[in-house]
Design a binder for this molecule. Structure first.
Ligand code: NAP
Length: 359
């Protein structure tokens, strides 16, 4: 190890959240980049992804105790894009841009397992965490699970201005489907209608939300692409078309315990509608679907090249901002994919990375 071996910062879990997540549940600490062994390379992270699923991993009893808890003081996991700045690996050269689960830190070593090269045909490096990364691929896998989209079908998407929802809307439109979104607030509604190309959008915070939804779904929804779960499903079920599919992508409204506390038991009403309307409810995960990636990347490259898809990335500056950015996904959700920039460029300098903002 040379004397200019990099020092950086990393974010660790300080305590298990009680109820809603707080930035103080995390700590930012200094550390020295790990040493390189043969067959490894060193990555300087540029953009770090902020994903709602991380909320589930930091609980004291993740998934109701089905998974062991992350020990306190553990590095926060998560995807990141970075530049290879040193290598003792035969297949990864200094200067390459790579994406992998490097965690919330400035420097990471890797042996290459699970690491992808950033595909420049799919936009800038931040896209590798958004439209070309986990959220975009999730939208693609969801529509694939639903059997593809047939022209004329109406697909309702909740969390529609989020990373997955905005990708789903663009893919639905590109395939000739009618995309109807649910968002929180007029600014996101405008964004979906004017920039993503949704056909209709209902604002879940508007007093006439139910009337907006009914007007947007005159023939019902053939597919409900659900990113949020929670009490919304009971409002949607009466608006499903006969034989429709409820596709469970995520349960954003249930990840924080405070939301679950107020839920009333709507299961009997939901099941009644499932029976009388002949509905199907199906969950899916993008995990294990790597065989679909080449087709996904091909479709995506073409949509980006023709301007049919213009992904939005919400960039926050500075590694210290990661905890707040995660909390904000739930409290003041933003539009598009949320990433935090932790270094200014892909330069190969081993100097201390850019870091701004306070918790
Ligand atoms: N199945 C899989 O393989 C897979 C993979 C990745 C992600 N996911 C899941 O996909 C979902 C979307 O992920 P994402 O990355 O797109 O998240 P995101 O960018 O944070 O967007 C989620 C959206 O959910 C809405 N939302 C937040 N809290 C809510 C609440 N309490 N009630 C109703 N809506 C709420 C917000 O929209 P508005 O405020 O505008 O309504 C927000 O824009 C998440 O549930 C995630 O866990 C699943």
């Amino acid at each position: 190890m040379t004397s200019d071996w990099p020092e950086g910062q990393r974010v660790v879990l300080r305590n298990y959240p009680v109820g809603s997540l707080q930035p103080s549940d995390f700590a930012v600490e200094q550390y020295s980049a790990p040493a390189l062994a043969d067959g490894e390379f060193l990555v300087r992270t540029l953009f770090i992804s902020v994903d709602p699923m991380l909320r589930l991993f930091v609980d004291e009893k993740p998934f109701g105790g089905a998974m062991p808890a992350m020990p306190l003081g553990t590095l926060m996991p998560g995807a990141a894009v970075g530049s290879v700045i040193d290598s003792r690996h035969p297949d990864f050269a200094v200067g390459e841009l790579v994406e992998g689960r490097f965690g919330w830190r400035n420097y990471a070593t890797s042996n290459g397992v699970g690491v992808n090269r950033v595909n420049s045909a799919l936009g800038g490096p931040e896209n590798a965490l958004g439209i070309a990364g986990l959220p975009g691929f999730t939208a693609y896998v969801g529509l694939h699970t639903a059997g593809g989209i047939k022209a004329g079908q109406t697909i309702l998407v909740s969390g529609a201005a989020g990373a997955v929802g905005s990708a789903a809307g663009a893919l639905i439109r590109a395939r000739g489907g009618r995309a109807v979104g649910i968002v929180g607030g007029p600014a996101k509604r405008k964004y979906l209608l004017e920039e993503v190309g949704y056909d209709a959008v209902a604002d879940r915070f508007a007093p006439d939300f139910t009337a907006q939804l009914a007007a947007a779904l005159p023939k019902g929804a053939d597919i409900y692409f659900d990113n949020v779960g929670g009490p919304l499903l009971a409002q949607i079920i009466p608006l499903m078309a006969r034989g429709g599919l409820v596709l469970i992508c995520g349960l954003m409204a249930q990840y924080q315990k405070k939301d679950a506390q107020h839920a009333k038991d709507e299961l009997p009403d939901v099941l009644r509608a499932v029976m009388f309307k002949g509905l199907r409810i199906q969950g899916f995960t993008q995990v294990g679907q790597d065989a679909l990636r080449p087709a996904f990347e091909q479709e995506l490259a073409s949509l980006l090249a023709t301007g049919q898809l213009r992904p939005k990335v919400h960039v926050t500056e500075g590694i210290e901002q990661l905890p707040t950015a995660l909390v904000n996904l739930f409290d003041k959700s933003t539009t598009g994919k949320v990433v935090v920039r932790v270094a200014s460029d892909g330069s190969l300098s081993k100097s201390r990375p850019v870091s701004s903002g306070e918790n």
